[in-house]
Design a protein around this ligand. Structure first.
Ligand code: OGA
Ligand code: NI
Length: 343
């Protein structure tokens, strides 16, 4: 609990252990807002033109690995309520937060400062509540009991996001030319995990990071964020900020989908910076495979002319890959490198 940044009252200076090394700290350079990130609006014509929708989504996933989805059908009220209830959770008295704090990664639902606080070289300016969501009846009893409406609101939200994620994967399935239902019938999309990130105000955002540079390990992430900027994407070697829109989902491809698509879709690197005077909260919902699921480039992508489209990655069990993926440490080997095939 004492490791949570919010439990240290009135910090005027950034503690030494939170100062990011100069080569990877944000610094004072102005980061341009990413106006070119594709915004896909599914109300109106596009929503009824499936072929056009598939094309736009595929283009965004290939060029950026990211897009914003608006008019997606999840109600504004639910989006608003879920952000409100998670903010109430982060504002609970210390004793309530303490009861859900844990450093044991095996604990299904836990609030923590970092995945690996004691071993990481530098700490990040955030706290995270993490728990699985799907199937709901298996997990909901482990979720926080306070605020009183947490389980109801987050339960409804996670079910809506699951539906939307599977719908998006169905469009991607079509775009990749896979057989219909490829993602649904498969152990690939059995799990849903929520990371609720809270970045308290920071005395000097130029020295710190809320989340280090990483790509998500899963298939697909849907992120809901408040109207406070913080998410940045690495595009052609440059950091670009994503315009925050609390009514949109920021959708991004994870590394598992990059591998399955044999590198066609991009699991782009991103990070979260902090703000000086405002806290920021975001809810990342991950769709990911079951532990024993075998992951590798989908054969149908390779068969046509495998000499020109060789497999870029070797296959593996998802659980082995996860154990080598440590997003929160300054790993020197990027997680995908060890699965790349050298030609
Ligand atoms: C994540 C993530 C970004 C954000 O949780 O994987 O990238 O803006 N979050 O909180
Ligand atoms: Ni991420």
């Amino acid at each position: 609990m004492e490791k949570l940044i919010s439990s240290r009252s009135n910090l005027q200076l950034v503690p030494e252990s939170y100062v990011i090394p100069p080569e990877s700290r944000p610094g004072n350079a102005k980061v341009p807002l990413f106006e070119t990130i594709p915004v896909i609006d599914i109300a109106g014509e596009l929503g009824s033109d499936r072929a056009q929708l598939v094309k736009q989504i595929m283009q965004a996933c290939q060029d950026f690995g990211f897009f914003q989805l608006i008019n997606h059908g999840v109600s504004k009220k639910l989006m608003h309520d879920v952000l409100e209830v998670v903010n109430e959770l982060f504002e609970l008295p210390a004793k309530d937060k303490e009861s859900i704090c844990s450093e044991d990664p095996k604990q299904s639902c836990r609030l923590y400062a970092s995945i690996d606080y004691d071993r990481e070289k530098v700490h990040y300016w955030r706290e995270t509540l993490r728990h699985p969501c799907h199937p709901l009846e298996e997990h909901v009893q482990f979720w926080p009991e306070k605020p009183a409406r947490y389980r109801k609101v987050v339960g409804s939200y996670s079910a809506e996001v699951m539906k939307l994620s599977l719908w998006l994967l169905d469009l991607i399935c079509e775009g990749l030319g896979f057989e219909a239902g490829y993602f649904e019938d498969h152990e690939l999309t059995q799990n849903q995990l929520m990371y609720i990130n809270h970045y308290p105000p920071c005395p000097d955002p130029s020295l710190t990071l809320g989340l280090p540079k990483h790509s998500d390990p899963n298939l697909l992430t849907l992120l809901l964020q408040e109207k406070v900027s913080g998410l940045q994407i690495l595009k052609d070697g440059e950091w670009l900020g994503v315009e925050p829109n609390p009514n949109a989902f920021v959708v991004n491809v994870g590394l598992t989908l990059q591998i399955i698509s044999n590198g066609k879709l991009l699991g782009a690197e991103h990070r979260a910076v902090t703000q000086k005077n405002v806290a920021r909260t975001s809810i990342a919902t991950f769709i990911y495979p079951s532990e024993n699921c075998h992951i590798g480039p989908e054969k149908s992508l390779l068969s046509e002319c495998s000499s020109t489209t060789p497999p870029l990655y070797r296959g593996f069990a998802y659980k082995d890959y996860l154990s080598s993926y440590v997003a929160d440490t300054n790993e020197s080997v990027p997680p995908l490198e060890r699965y790349k095939i050298q030609y």
